[in-house]
Design a protein around this ligand. Sequence first.
Ligand SMILES: Cc1cc2nc3c(=O)[nH]c(=O)nc-3n(C[C@H](O)[C@H](O)[C@H](O)COP(=O)(O)OP(=O)(O)OC[C@H]3O[C@@H](n4cnc5c(N)ncnc54)[C@H](O)[C@@H]3O)c2cc1C
Length: 405
Amino acid sequence: MPLTGRTYHIAGAGISGLTLALALARSGGKVVLLERSSAISEFGAGLQVSPNARKILNNLGLDEVLAARSLEPAGIDIYPYASRQPLVTLELGASMRAAFGASYSVMHRADLADAIYQACRQLPNIEILFNTGSWTVESHASGVTVNIDQTGKKTRTDDGFAFIGADGVHSRTRTEILGGPPGQYGGRVAWRTLVPFDAAAGAIALDKVSVLFGPNYHLVCYPLPHRQQVNLALFAQVAESQGEFGTRPQLPPASRPSPRIDILLAAAGDGWTPWPLYTVGTPTWHRGNIGILGDAAHAMVPFQAQGAAMGIEDAATLAPLLITEPSAEAAFKNYERLRQQRVARVARISATNGRIFHMRWPFSLARNLAIRLQGPRGHMRRLAWLYGHDAEAALPSATRQVGPG
Ligand SMILES: Cc1cc2nc3c(=O)[nH]c(=O)nc-3n(C[C@H](O)[C@H](O)[C@H](O)COP(=O)(O)OP(=O)(O)OC[C@H]3O[C@@H](n4cnc5c(N)ncnc54)[C@H](O)[C@@H]3O)c2cc1C
């Protein structure tokens, strides 16, 4: 692999930053990855990885390692509140693969991050600097100059072709360098936990994703058999004024019991981690040779399970542009043009899902009827534009030929 002679600085080694680093380095770029933490973060719990993202990860050589760490669920059981039977089981498994050319899988976020990180470590043209949350960057005619303060070390000054902030929802790159807005709290909290595999048996199918609707909340569960755990994420409305969120979700009083939800809540006990949900909306994804991607640019509510997928798609679009365009600014302009409409559309359906999932009676009756009428393949028809997207094919043809492969 011949090196291009260009150096790229990326702030943030989350899923988006790691994917971008790997894609750039596989195409011959030299990458310096700055990460605030002392190691790749273990935070989070489960992630659903849809075919649009999985295709990109497979093209980066990760198919085998991800297959060993993930489950390809047979479907998604949708349960209305207190219902004994699923309203519908949406098909995943072989149907998704056949329709969209890659699997729909579920895994632990840390397993995905580690798989990409280990692939990065194999490449000599990626340098990863941990304990590096403090840096300054300036854009100028020939690229960028980055001053890096690694905890306990002398300040280092680097010149590079581009600086990319993949530093998450509270991104310094967005707010301090590009002058963008802070993340907005939208009045929802995700409570996340992992329970032992056997503790969830009897409540949900252990080869599928389950979505359980409640009044003003919903619970998403999926098995992680290679870890012998089940991931639970409960999404509820919590006013900003409440302050501390506590160690378990406070659910609104319900008129009927839901034994299935009770079993899962009992299995989780006090082991929940609250995660307030912030979103980011900004049209400014770059200035000069400095840009942003992933949650830093467009954090969205997770009700279509696409936040990480959008960061992965951003990386697959931006990397070949940064390799081929004459300037980083030209690359960022093309990247904005290719990505912003699609990301906005995904953010909109995610927000709409949040409203639909939390409907109360009698509106929930209409929702349930609509879901039933769509049938087990309704999501595949309705979301073909999302799951069938091929980020590489969407690039201009001259750029595509050197895309990460
Ligand atoms: C409950 C929940 C469920 C979700 N489920 C799904 C799902 O099923 N599928 C899906 O696709 N998405 C899902 N998402 C969204 C997904 O988790 C995020 O969109 C994704 O992890 C964002 O990745 P990122 O790399 O852009 O940002 P982050 O993961 O936030 O990474 C940012 C990195 O930057 C580092 N950093 C921050 N500041 C600095 C700095 N100044 N200098 C250097 N480094 C810095 C941080 O330490 C971190 O490592 C879910 C989100 C939530 C909350």
